[in-house]
Design a protein around this ligand. Structure first.
Ligand SMILES: [Zn+2]
Length: 258
């Protein structure tokens, strides 16, 4: 059995939520040891935490940059001490989806960085076509580490992310033959690597075009192992260990203390 984790999925979305229990069972049956539901909007925070509690999975709370106009710290900050809430995000910058307000995105991102510092939680970063501004803000704020979700940037950004202490998570698009960033997958140190589905989006080959689900993360792991010329079983155990380092509240020891 190949173990893995789904470090980033969206079971709270209307496509997945009605079947979330069955999807978690299926993923666990396939060896997925840990699942993290990443927050998208402040207004959904209560129901996302409730879902995580109900399913026995982890979640993050925050505001995706494409929803920066909906930012409201109040419903987010009140959950940061909850035992199932293990990170702030997904947050960051997105200059791909247009139109966008870079100034507003930066402000909302900075607010969440401060919140993460205050709560002593890692950040889940979303970065699309915004590499240099994102790195600038992380440096400028002395941001706590965490993970670059759905990594698809260039080598310089990878180097900066690693230097800042971040983990690098690859999603289903790493299986797409034309993905340019496939060439840097082997450059990520094995103790900084994570995998995810970003479901319901970005289903990996051979499920491309279908609704993505957490169980498909094994296909992502297999592709990453292939690109790194590593044994998938070893890599799987490594990403499980990495997950618990990246998100310390999920570590078995802190679970017992909670
Ligand atoms: Zn996401």
């Amino acid at each position: 059995m190949i173990e893995s984790v789904d470090s980033h999925c969206h079971l709270q979305t209307s496509v997945l939520r009605p079947n979330a229990g069955a999807l978690v069972d299926e993923a666990r049956y396939q060896g997925v040891r840990e699942i993290l539901v990443a927050g998208i909007t402040p207004s959904e925070t209560d129901s996302t935490v409730e879902l995580a509690e109900q399913l026995g999975v982890w979640c993050s709370v925050g505001c995706h940059p494409c929803h920066a106009a909906e930012w409201d710290p109040q419903p987010v900050v009140r959950w940061t001490n909850h035992p199932r809430v293990v990170a702030i995000g997904e947050c960051g910058l997105d200059y791909f989806h247009k139109p966008f307000d870079a100034h507003l995105q930066e402000q909302v991102f900075r607010d969440q960085i401060e919140m993460a510092k205050e709560a002593n939680l890692p950040l889940i970063l979303h970065n699309r076509d915004s590499d240099s501004d994102l790195i600038r803000i992380l440096r400028d704020t002395n941001a706590p580490a965490g993970v670059f979700h759905c990594f698809g940037a260039d080598r310089a950004t990878l180097d900066a992310a690693l230097e800042l202490g971040f983990f690098i998570s690859f999603a289903g698009n790493v299986t797409f033959p034309k993905a340019v960033f496939r060439e840097i997958v082997a450059s990520v140190p094995s103790d900084r690597l994570l995998v995810e589905t970003d479901s319901p989006w970005l289903a990996p080959v051979p499920y491309r075009g279908k609704t993505n689900v957490p169980a498909y993360v094994t296909s992502v792991l297999l592709e990453v192992a292939k690109l790194r010329d590593e044994d998938p079983e070893n890599l799987g155990s490594q990403v499980v260990a990495n997950f618990r380092v990246c998100f310390p509240k999920t570590a078995p020891l802190s679970r017992n203390c909670a």
